[in-house]
Design a protein. Structure first.
Length: 100
């Protein structure tokens, strides 16, 4: 997963995930641990680049991934994955929000 910050620099992390949304949220949690990223993004309107070892490259909006996380419905598997992903960010008030 990668994003280009406001200075045009690309930042990336490697995550293991089952879906594009899960990959995006795991990456956001990792980026959020960085003091630099909290100031320079990724922000809700940004796009993350997803590169899979199995599939081709994809893009996903930060807001799109966060909106998917907040949906409380889905298959039992999706609900379990979302619960696991929410735990990466801690309490709801600490989850990524629009920063711009």
């Amino acid at each position: 997963m990668s994003f280009v910050d406001s200075d045009g620099l690309e930042h990336s992390v490697t995550v293991v995930a089952r879906t594009r949304n899960e990959a995006a949220l795991r990456a956001l949690a990792r980026f959020d641990q960085s003091e630099f990223a909290r100031v320079n993004g990724p922000f809700r309107g940004d796009r993350l680049k997803v590169e899979s070892l199995i599939e081709e490259s994809h893009g996903i909006g930060v807001g799109e991934a966060l909106a998917w996380l907040e949906l409380r419905h889905g298959t039992p598997r999706e609900i379990a994955v979302k619960s696991e992903l929410r735990a990466l960010f801690g309490p709801a008030e600490k989850r990524p929000k629009s920063r711009r």
